[in-house]
Design a binder for this molecule. Sequence first.
Ligand SMILES: Nc1ncnc2c1ncn2[C@@H]1O[C@H](COP(=O)(O)OP(=O)(O)O)[C@@H](O)[C@H]1O
Ligand SMILES: [Mg+2]
Length: 143
Amino acid sequence: MTDPLTGQLLGTPEETREAGKGLAQELGPGDVLALTGELGAGKTHLCQGIVAGLGSDAGVTSPTFGLVHEYLDGRLPVYHFDFYRIEAAEELVELGWDDYLERGGVVLVEWADRFPDWLPEESQWWHLCHDQESGGRRLQSRP
Ligand SMILES: Nc1ncnc2c1ncn2[C@@H]1O[C@H](COP(=O)(O)OP(=O)(O)O)[C@@H](O)[C@H]1O
Ligand SMILES: [Mg+2]
């Protein structure tokens, strides 16, 4: 059950991946998902579910500094960014950020709040956080 204020409780890493698979069903060409939440909140697990839900067999890991991971074998291409170690917007330009937004795929961005101005207006913002009580995670849509 998803309450708009408290979000969806994800008890295990597997449940986080399942939530990602659910999100994937709604995605279309050009969609941008801006993911926020501290280290270990489950952003990469959510991305794993999204990529799997789009039908890719790839194993998803966090993109390291200066890289974007591309998953091209699913229903839509996925371009997976992680802004955590990006220091300056020029690095995004060098990565080809603008071009990726135009490719008609799905763009996933971990730590999107590090450069919020670079996310398109129509991006879908999702926040993950630790749920102290259960030890699990919570997923909230941030309009
Ligand atoms: N409900 C949960 N959902 C996702 N990860 C969880 C959950 N419970 C525990 N974990 C653990 O938390 C970590 C989340 O890692 P990751 O998805 O890489 O987070 P992030 O990308 O936000 O830093 C993993 O070590 C995972 O095993
Ligand atoms: Mg990550």
